[in-house]
Design a protein around this ligand. Structure first.
Ligand code: FE2
Length: 443
């Protein structure tokens, strides 16, 4: 399943090659089997029964992937919330189900029976227009419904969606498939969070449990060295809407870039160890003021999940506590750390536009499937962006302040979910995601 890479429009270099980037290399244990759900809606002339069959298959595959990711976790694992930003696995499983119930079934299936009237309060995340909701930091206090009851909730909603897909008129289908599609991409986002959030919880367990004892870092491709040179000029970035996109990826628009070179490689643990050995975490002049405050307050001296045992650095991973591999990309660093590292290296973080233009050449190594890459771009609306006025307009638009954009995808991103226009975003101190960086240079 490939990424959807619309052709680049480069007025500076009309001949720029477009080569699909790799997706989730070596991430087989976490790979989804969902197929590319993004293309299903946009196949004109498809027979009605075939269309319904393909969407049903995509729905079953995505829902099944969530359960597959939750399967290694005991009921006790599924309840824990290790910090306000991380949610329990059980909550992710229920919230993604509520999303279909709230936005697809309630308005779309006339005789739909809500599974449990109380669940909307428990499993609405942040949709103010959809009604009151439980406090986010207290999700870990909800032992009931049990994990088994959430399984029954999922089955109830799955059956109703299957029935809706079977009986809806063709005209209704046109209306509901975009919501179904959004619900599937939404669930894939939560599939990634299931892994990042349980890793955070397990990292607080002195026995350092492994989510998957067989887990290993995704393999990097054959050495990609040097950098990708982007000529100065006007380029088009953003998603043109010919494939599925979250609303924050558009409108596609022109940007003016200065000449820039982006490293083909991600920054590695070996390079990060040099930064540490050179006093990176002890040198105030390398840090943004807010970042330095956190270094001081939290005692940061290494990336998230790192600990030194008898002089050897270990990191908590999905496979448990493992020695830090110098050749692997650095992971679990915050924006503040990425920014300080770039300054120490005498280089820069790329902007998100520079990242996207470089990624569209297909020449960036590890653009997808290893670690999200911090950019120096603030998460803000693209020119002309407007969130819709309904509840789903709350999906992205209201978060467009105080966060920084990350590009690419990570080893936890489900296959078929990554694309070159994708904008991820987190707050500058956050480092529980699989977040790393690549560097940029200017002439
Ligand atoms: Fe959500």
């Amino acid at each position: 399943m490939g990424l959807n890479l619309p052709p680049i429009e480069s007025r500076a270099d009309e001949e720029a090659p477009v080569v699909p980037a790799r997706t989730n290399p070596g991430a087989a244990p976490l790979r989804a089997s969902s197929g590319d759900i993004a293309i299903l809606e946009r196949q004109p002339g498809m027979r009605s029964d075939e269309r319904r069959r393909l969407w049903r298959r995509a729905f079953d595959a995505v829902r099944g992937e969530t359960e597959r990711r939750a399967a290694p976790l005991a009921p006790e694992d599924q309840v824990i919330q290790s910090m306000p930003d991380a949610s329990p696995t059980k909550w992710h499983r229920a919230h993604t189900t509520w999303f279909f119930e709230q936005f697809l079934l309630a308005p779309g299936l006339a005789d739909y029976r809500v599974f449990d009237e109380r669940f909307a309060f428990l499993f609405n995340s942040y949709y103010v227009a959809a009604g009151p909701r439980h406090e986010r930091p207290k999700r870990g206090l909800i032992t009931r419904p049990s994990a088994d009851e959430v399984t029954a909730y999922r089955a109830h909603v799955d059956a109703a969606v299957a029935r809706l897909l079977a009986i809806a008129s063709d005209a209704t289908l046109d209306d509901i498939l975009p919501i179904l599609e959004l619900g599937l991409h939404h669930e894939q986002q939560h599939q990634e969070l299931i892994l990042t959030d349980i890793l955070h919880a397990f990292a607080h367990n002195p026995t350092a449990p492994g989510y998957d004892a067989q887990w290993s870092w995704p393999a990097s491709p054959a050495e990609a060295e040097g950098s990708v040179a982007i000529e100065g000029g006007i380029y088009t970035i953003g998603n043109d809407g010919n494939s599925f996109m979250f609303d924050n990826e558009g409108p596609a628009h022109d940007v003016l870039l200065q000449p820039v070179r982006l490293a083909r490689n991600l920054v590695t643990n070996a390079e990060w160890l040099e930064f540490m050995a050179d006093g990176g975490y002890d040198t105030a002049t390398l840090w943004l003021s807010d970042g330095w405050n956190i270094v001081q307050a939290e005692g940061w001296a290494a990336p998230g999940y790192w600990q030194q045992i008898d002089g050897v650095w270990f990191a908590m991973t999905l496979g448990g506590l493992r020695p830090v591999d110098p050749s692997a990309p650095v992971c679990h660093v915050s924006y503040y750390e990425a920014d300080a590292f770039a300054r120490w290296a005498g280089r820069h973080l790329p902007s998100e536009a520079e990242w996207e233009v470089a990624a569209r050449t297909g020449e960036l190594g590890d653009a997808f499937g290893i670690v999200w890459q911090w950019t120096r771009s603030a998460y803000a609306p693209y020119p002309g962006y407007r969130a819709t006025k309904d509840a789903l307009g709350e999906y992205n638009g209201k978060f467009m302040v105080n966060q920084m954009v990350l590009r690419g995808s990570s080893l936890a991103t489900p296959a078929g979910h990554a694309r070159v226009s994708y904008r991820n975003f987190f707050y500058p101190p956050h480092r529980w995601q699989f977040s790393g960086l690549r560097l940029a240079d200017y002439e």
